[in-house]
Design a protein. Structure first.
Length: 224
């Protein structure tokens, strides 16, 4: 049923595995699909905006592996342009997604993943305790994405990656209260320690508690 809502071009992409190696010229597709070249060009631009195809002068059109991120990025960016408080609504969705997938995600982490998480926490504390103090934003982002990186669920990863892009777009990667940062990384320390010890429920509790801090941070941004 869902396929009935696809354009002719996207239906072709979805049903022709060879499209990963390259598509025929639009003129040939026009004849095959019974759709005008002008209409196919419009459908191609939609597919391109959604990250479904790569279009290059020499190599032509090629189907890309499916990713949810490009569609979420466009939609969330538009929503925030309409009303910046939509970021808070999206952040709330992200909070619930992380909570819902926590136990499944951490159970899939490898020893190498756990080691990476420990290194990230160490780097973050070094930045916070250094002179000058540095905001460990990249560490914050990496920590969360690594925790959920083994799910192999493009919809979850698309939401989480789009969240961090939106987070950066409103300046939360450069403005943060120092006391807030130390408290957040205390929670991150608990999360990683619990993952490494196998006490996943304690890590879940730390995740939920620290996620609730974001609303307060947003309320205290400059200009609020």
């Amino acid at each position: 049923m869902a396929a009935n809502h696809l354009s002719e071009f996207m239906r072709y992409l979805a049903t022709h595995a060879e499209a990963e190696n390259g598509l025929p010229p639009l003129s040939a597709l026009s004849e095959e699909l019974g759709v005008s070249v002008a209409s196919l060009r419009e459908q191609l631009e939609v597919a391109r905006a959604l990250g479904l195809v790569d279009v290059r002068p020499r190599t032509g059109i090629r189907r890309l592996p499916y990713a949810f991120l490009p569609a979420v990025r466009q939609s969330v960016g538009y929503a925030m342009a309409l009303d910046e408080t939509n970021f808070q609504r999206f952040a709330d969705l992200r909070k619930h997604v992380e909570a819902a997938y926590w136990h499944e995600a951490v159970a899939k982490l490898t020893p190498e993943d756990r080691e990476k998480l420990q290194h990230i926490v160490t780097r973050a504390w070094e930045k916070l305790n250094g002179r000058p103090i540095q905001i460990p934003h990249e560490e914050h982002k990496q920590l969360h994405l690594i925790i959920y990186g083994r799910l192999e669920n493009p919809f979850v990863s698309g939401i989480l990656e789009a969240y961090w892009e939106a987070y950066e777009s409103i300046g939360l990667n450069v403005f943060t209260d120092y006391a807030y940062l130390r408290e957040v990384w205390g929670y991150h320390q608990r999360m990683v320690d619990s993952i490494c010890s196998g006490d996943f429920q304690s890590g879940y509790q730390a995740l939920v508690e620290h996620a609730d801090m974001l609303a307060d941070l947003l309320d205290h941004r400059p200009g609020k």
